[in-house]
Write a protein that binds this ligand. Structure first.
Ligand SMILES: Nc1ncnc2c1ncn2[C@@H]1O[C@H](COP(=O)(O)OS(=O)(=O)O)[C@@H](OP(=O)(O)O)[C@H]1O
Length: 405
């Protein structure tokens, strides 16, 4: 009997096996199709500490959340008007080489080489009297309720020309994010000035708000990971990455815009043009070896504490990338599709309403420059050079950014 049952089950088992194999094949095919066609939709690894998850969950549930949000905004506006904060509460003025920008967002488009100086009218005594808890601020409000200056809990650490300014300006729309406008360059150029100097640059924040800054050169600064870890091992790190070849050309275009008599991109790319040996000591090339720089960060921070934003997707679908960033920061998804429109003249997504304004805003003219034409052979040579590093980077981050296809 037993034999005959096994025997009679045999054809149905074979059919079942075939079905499983076909199903697996179908699912694999589906996965690859999605992988190839929809790079921007790949959900990056995000971290949410238990604390953040609870906070975010609680904020979903709280009925009085909206009330509290508008209260926070009101208090913040009041604090800004009180005159203690300068330039969106950052406490600094800008006199940078890349700050010569025109049009809307001119005040935001302050990039890499910005110098900072304190306004002479700032009342340092008042600031010194704030209660500064230890490294890990508990977020106590001062008696006036205008918030306190805290060290950043999240940093946009790179990459130069990746789209870092766009990301920061988009994030500032979120009521729970407060950011410094200029690049403080603390962990690379100004480290000897000390953490109190750094903290003083920060805008005031209320309990639950996140303080941020962006300095794209941190990503390639050898000492930066250890220094940031020293400030707080919980710091969340965000890196906006972009096709390293386009990034290099963008970097070169920026240098060219300041100094017209520099050698051509083609000549700077090679150590020896005839042998085709790439000059990896040229910073425009070096910055794009993302896998190498990332290795340095992984000596101090776990991968789950670093979020990689696709510079390309930030242009093609900003709301989706911003969704990932808000999740990563443990914030409610407040910045959505509704906040953006595509400006045909600029050729980039812009904000329908920027923070603290009711008018549409695009980034300044130094963002979205026209790139010079580069010899296609040189571009191809660079693509070949970066390919293995890109593959390694995709492997390390678990996201295929699609620069080699
Ligand atoms: N919305 C929007 N508007 C304008 N520009 C945008 C936007 N999103 C991304 N980008 C791209 O950002 C590139 C500049 O990158 P960064 O802001 O990181 O540059 S910098 O390192 O701070 O100088 C800049 O590079 P270039 O196009 O080469 O100028 C833009 O391509």
């Amino acid at each position: 009997m037993a034999y005959s049952r096994v025997h009679s089950d045999f054809p149905s088992q074979t059919v079942f096996k075939k079905f499983v194999v076909m199903l697996l094949f179908f699912l694999t095919l589906l996965y690859f199709l999605q992988y190839l066609t929809d790079r921007c939709s790949k959900t990056p690894t995000s971290v949410r500490t238990t604390d953040q998850a609870i906070r975010s969950f609680a904020s979903d549930l709280k009925a009085d959340e909206l009330q509290s949000l508008s209260r926070k905004r009101l208090i913040q506006k009041w604090a800004d008007k009180s005159g203690v904060g300068y330039h969106r509460g950052s406490g600094v003025e800008y006199t940078g080489s890349d700050s010569v920008v025109f049009g809307p967002w001119a005040d935001f488009a302050v990039a890499s080489q910005s110098e900072m100086r304190f306004p002479s009218s700032i009342n340092t005594d008042v600031l010194m009297n704030f209660q500064y808890p230890g490294k890990r601020d508990s977020g106590t409000l001062s008696l006036l309720g205008e918030g306190i200056k805290r060290l950043p809990q999240a940093l946009i650490i790179g990459v130069k020309k990746g789209g870092t300014r766009a990301l920061l300006e988009f994030l500032r729309v979120h009521p729970d994010i407060r950011a410094v406008g200029a690049e403080p360059h603390f962990f690379d150029r100004n480290y000897e000035k000390g953490l109190e100097w750094y903290r003083d640059l920060m805008p005031k924040t209320l309990e639950g708000q996140i303080t941020m800054e962006k300095t794209p050169s941190y990503f390639v600064t050898r000492e930066a990971p250890a220094r940031i870890y020293g400030m707080s091992r919980d710091t969340k790190l965000i890196v906006v990455v972009r096709d390293p070849v386009t990034r290099a050309i963008s970097d070169y275009t920026q240098t060219l815009s300041k100094k017209l008599d520099i050698p051509t991109f083609e000549s700077l790319t090679f150590k020896n043009r005839t042998t085709g040996l790439i000059d990896t000591s040229w910073s425009a090339v070096q910055i794009g070896i993302y896998a190498k720089h990332l290795d340095n960060w992984l000596q101090f921070f776990p991968m789950a504490q670093i979020l990689f934003v696709s510079g390309e997707c930030l242009i093609s679908d900003p709301a989706r990338e911003l969704g990932h960033v808000q999740d990563f920061l443990g914030l409610k998804r407040i910045i959505t599709d509704k906040h953006f429109y595509f400006n045909q003249t600029k050729g980039f997504p812009c904000l329908k309403k920027a923070e603290g304004s009711s008018k549409p805003r695009c980034l300044g003219k130094t963002k979205g420059r026209t790139h010079p034409n580069i010899d296609p052979e040189v571009v191809q040579r660079l693509r070949d050079f970066y390919r293995p590093f890109n593959m390694k980077f995709y492997q390390m981050t678990g996201r295929a950014f699609g620069w080699d296809g």
